[in-house]
Design a protein around this ligand. Structure first.
Ligand code: SF4
Length: 70
């Protein structure tokens, strides 16, 4: 399980909807009605699976987003 404060961001303008991230971390990503990947719940997949999905993205649309509340 990953730190729940860690969030995933998918750049909707960059994503080409190839589905790679969805197949590698299916609990974290899904394709939305526009055919683009959308983060669902990053706490449900291992950090390794999510990192694999990030690394597999052909257009580098996925990134970690650290929440800063201070
Ligand atoms: Fe979009 Fe990248 Fe996921 Fe492919 S791997 S669906 S381009 S975010």
């Amino acid at each position: 399980m990953i730190d729940f404060m860690k969030q995933i961001k998918v750049d909707q303008d960059t994503c080409i909807g190839c589905g790679s991230c969805v197949s590698l971390a299916e609990k974290t990503f899904k394709l939305n009605e526009n055919g683009k990947s959308t983060p669902i719940d990053p706490a449900e997949d291992s950090e390794e699976a999510i990192q694999g999905a990030i690394d597999s993205c052909p257009v580098t649309a996925i990134s970690w987003m650290e929440e800063t509340n201070d």
